[in-house]
Design a protein around this ligand. Structure first.
Ligand SMILES: [Ca+2]
Length: 523
């Protein structure tokens, strides 16, 4: 069985070829040492100039944590990569237009994408004196990349082939599809039309799960991380677990692994199986979402496979009602009130019904995972974002008609208030110098998470969005040096602010800064 565990091993600085070579008994056709990757921007919302790629992970030959440069070179990380701000810029820009290409070396890791802002990696020294990368953690509000729109896929590219998946085990944010070509032509991860919006709407429809949607549909985090962030109940699954325990106190539970059926009963508080399987304690809610703790799956070929089946059956809530596991019919999955509805909603919105909503979602082959033992190319497509962002939100505009101020105005017909009048034929423009700012007073402290800039031809290439409680001390919630003009729709983590301003520091033209509209959204 291919498990996500295989992908996690790269974090332990171990060569990953071993466990993967043993999988499936497929022929070990010799793979190339380089795999050409094509990146296609089909977001329909963001230009190439607003998107960066990052290829990070472990050099399979040396075990060193490494990153890939734009020229395809695999470089071991070291603390010297950290810049003056303390973070390493490992970004690879996309081509100025059209598709982008890069050559992937043998390694195991992740390919991240970020939009509008770069991710902040940090190189640290681990307990063994080796350089290690700290990755973005979009479920931790103090993470330096928390406000950055980003997502990733996971892969192992070794002599034996390419193994990859679009993971949602931690979070979902940027819709992404993988097409892998070689001995076969396979694609996974493609969402249904409008899938991104539908995922956020589906999760938000359940009161217990709604807090997992962060910002203005910035991302949705997995419920296990939600527990750690204080956004999800740590006892959510308890009643279901109790029901399962009560059920199998009086009747058998059978778990079939290959040709062996292990028969289980609850006794002495533990779920005990035949055939030498280690007994299971009652799992906590967090154990279920993470498939660890009481449901930890040792790599022993005996207890581990049973634990994986139990983890999948809990997340899919088939365990209480189906004494013969595994359940292979997906129409039986997620049918209980208590279920991993985060995973359900994502599965419902992929074209092939596959996703990676929890660590053992590969049980029964329902994961958005593909592999090829003789790969010749891979295409990563950032697929349409849907309606979100392309049009102004229909509610939540806080800045319309509010009092405005600016560092300068070009003349009396380009007043600051013109950017807040809802009229795309009137504009603010500044003097022809740097820096300049345009601010709005929301009247009281509000929760803001989105700014939409509608630039006239005189736009900013470098600017910040800043918030303030008192109109004098400002905090930066977004900044860029690669502004592209037109409409820039910026989403960031919800922050409290009475005043919001755009601070331009580099102009695209010899003229000043000019905005048709500057919209601030929130609650
Ligand atoms: Ca206007």
């Amino acid at each position: 069985m291919v498990t996500r565990r295989s992908f996690l091993q790269w974090t332990a600085a171990a060569a990953v070829g071993g466990p993967l070579l043993a999988l499936g008994g497929r022929s070990m056709a010799s793979a190339a040492t380089r795999l050409p990757i094509t990146v296609v921007n089909n977001t329909g919302l963001y230009p190439n100039s607003a998107i960066w790629m990052y290829i990070v992970g472990t050099n399979s030959a040396t075990g060193q944590q490494s990153y890939v440069r734009a020229d395809g070179t695999l470089v071991a990380v070291s603390p010297s990569l950290n810049g003056p701000d303390g973070y390493a810029d490992l970004s690879i820009p996309l081509a100025s237009s059209g598709n982008s290409g890069i050559s992937l070396p043998n390694m195991s890791g992740r390919i991240y994408f970020s939009i509008n802002q770069k991710l902040k990696f940090r190189v640290v020294t681990d307990g063994n004196g080796r350089s290690a990368l700290q990755y973005p953690a979009g479920w931790v509000s103090s993470d330096p990349s928390y406000s950055v729109l980003h997502d990733c896929m996971e892969f192992t590219f070794a002599d034996s082939g390419m193994y990859c998946n679009t993971t949602m085990v931690d979070m979902f944010s940027i819709p992404m599809a993988i097409n892998l070509v070689g001995s076969r032509n396979q694609t996974t991860g493609t969402l249904k039309a409008g899938g991104r919006d539908a995922i956020f709407a589906g999760v938000s429809a359940l009161p217990a799960f709604k807090p997992l949607v962060l910002g203005n549909n910035l991302r949705v985090i997995a419920p296990g991380h939600g527990i750690e962030a204080g956004l999800f109940s740590s006892t959510y699954y308890d009643q279901y677990v109790t029901d399962v325990w009560n059920t199998y106190t009086g009747t058998d539970l059978r778990v079939k692994i290959n040709t062996t059926t292990h028969t289980g009963r609850v006794s002495g508080g533990q779920l005990r199986f035949s055939g030498g399987v280690a007994p299971f304690n009652k799992p906590t809610t967090k154990d279920i979402f993470y498939c660890n703790g009481a449901l930890g799956a040792p790599n022993d070929g005996l207890t581990g496979p049973v634990a994986a089946q139990l983890g999948a059956a809990f997340n899919r809530s088939t365990l209480r009602t189906h004494p013969d596991q595994p359940v292979t019919d997906p129409s039986a999955y997620y049918q209980e009130t208590i279920s991993n509805h985060y995973s359900r909603v994502i599965h419902q919105n992929t074209v092939d019904g596959k996703a990676y909503g929890f660590p053992f979602d590969d049980v029964g082959d329902f994961a958005s995972y593909i592999q090829d033992n003789a790969p010749t190319g891979m295409t990563l497509t950032l697929t349409p974002f849907g309606s979100g962002g392309t049009t102004p939100p229909t509610s939540g505009l806080l800045s319309g008609g509010r009092p405005a101020a600016a560092s300068t105005t070009e003349n009396t017909t380009t007043a600051a208030s013109n950017a807040f009048d809802g009229n795309t034929g009137t504009r603010w423009s500044s003097a022809f110098a740097d820096p300049q700012w345009l601010s709005v007073d929301l009247g009281s402290a509000r929760s803001v998470n989105r700014v939409r800039l509608n630039w006239e031809a005189a736009y900013a290439t470098a600017y910040s969005i800043q918030t303030s409680a008192n109109n004098s001390t400002w905090s930066t919630v977004y900044s860029t040096t690669t502004g592209h003009g037109g409409i820039e729709d910026l989403t960031f983590a919800t922050t409290s602010a009475r005043y919001v301003r755009v601070l331009g520091t580099a102009r695209a033209t010899a003229y000043g800064y000019s905005l048709w509209e500057f919209e601030v959204y929130g609650t």
